[in-house]
Design a protein around this ligand. Structure first.
Ligand SMILES: O=C(O)CCC(=O)C(=O)O
Ligand SMILES: [Fe+2]
Length: 345
């Protein structure tokens, strides 16, 4: 556990700073787009009703065109989604002293679980205007609820229940995605191996100069698939054809974000989605991301069925742990990590 209180964005925001502290100022090219172009404003992330008869075709189109889509009709009770959001909010609204009892241990570097602020350990990039709580939830051998807050009633049970439901939903989606590519339904799940699941609750405090900062810098997620819920504040954006498209929350909807290992396994037929979070001056925002990742020792390989003379293998095989190390050392910007695996022609 940390002893000295480290800087948390929420601490800064709540002291009422009127200007953004200099270290949070993004270079001009990374700052939020002042207002979307008419083309960007007309685009929105697709919504797929998983209970509909066209669900598989709709998932196919959404994966090919966007790499990110909302799902509704997913069978998860709205009360469970609300309970997770409420538990997260209760944590972040608690006194700093209570929160710091669950601070992540910097000595554990990128494996740290708990309350923190930085996506990267010891990096020198502009920090995000965000605090977060990361939970190690699967496999069960990694899950130790004693690391999670004890002062919010029901918190630990809610996270455990949510973790199991999100695993089931991620696997259902991976089956649909595999079958859409004429692979056996369990193909991607087996290619990923035993699931390593983390749940990260992000809290974006109101920001004094939101046009100069980012809540979370541009990145694609490193694992296989991410499932995200958010509140009604808004701030998530996905990159589509070079334009940042806002992703407003859909009540009871769950956002699916394809991540890098799915792009590798599918030989680039489906691309991981580049996304970021912007902030605002008025309202704090909460999101909950559930990452479905391989184990560090898993070797991720492109499905041979998706390699042909016309579509040669795009990416080298990779040990997932090596991919994660490179992600943390190079930083997540854009697609630089998956691009480093491109097979030169
Ligand atoms: O807060 C959000 O909407 C995005 C979170 C995210 O992309 C992540 O945690 O990887
Ligand atoms: Fe992400």
């Amino acid at each position: 556990m940390e002893t000295a209180a480290p800087a948390r964005v929420q601490d800064l925001a709540e002291t009422g700073v009127s200007r953004l502290p200099a270290q949070y100022i993004q270079p001009p090219e990374n700052r939020p787009t002042p207002s979307p172009s008419p083309v960007a404003a007309a685009l929105s992330v697709p919504v797929v009703d998983l209970s509909s008869s066209t669900a598989a075709d709709d998932v196919r189109a959404a994966c090919a065109d966007w790499g990110a889509f909302h799902v509704v009709g997913h069978g998860l009770p709205g009360e469970l989604l609300d309970a997770v959001r409420e538990a997260g909010l209760a944590f972040f609204r608690a006194p700093m002293g209570d929160k710091l009892r669950f601070a992540c241990d910097p000595a554990r570097g990128t494996a740290a679980e708990g309350y923190g602020s930085r996506m990267l350990a010891n990096d020198d990039s502009v920090p995000d205007w965000r605090d977060c709580f990361d939970h190690h939830t699967l496999p069960e051998s990694r899950r130790d609820p004693a690391h999670w807050p004890d002062f919010v009633p029901g918190y630990r049970d809610t996270i455990a229940k949510y973790s199991n439901s999100m695993k089931d939903l991620a696997q259902k989606l991976l089956c649909i995605i595999s079958e859409n590519l004429n692979l056996p339904p369990s193909y991607i799940q087996e290619a990923v191996g035993e699931v390593y699941q983390n749940i990260t609750i992000s809290y974006y405090s109101p920001c004094p100069q939101p046009d100069l900062a980012l809540g979370l810098q541009s990145h694609s997620d490193m694992g296989a698939i991410t499932l995200l819920i958010q509140d009604d504040v808004g701030g998530l954006e996905v990159l589509k054809d070079g334009m940042w498209i806002p992703v407003p929350a859909l009540h009871d909807g769950i956002l699916v974000i394809l991540a890098d290992q799915t792009e590798i396994i599918t030989n680039g037929r489906y691309k991981s989605s580049v996304h970021r979070a912007v902030v605002n001056a008025e309202r704090a925002r909460l999101s909950v991301a559930t990452f479905y990742d391989p184990s560090k020792s898993s070797k991720i390989c492109t499905a041979p069925q998706l390699v042909s003379k016309d579509e040669p293998q795009k990416y080298r095989d990779v040990i997932y742990g090596d991919y994660v190390s490179s992600w943390y050392s190079k930083g997540p910007e854009g697609k630089r990590n998956i691009d480093a695996l491109l097979i030169q022609k």
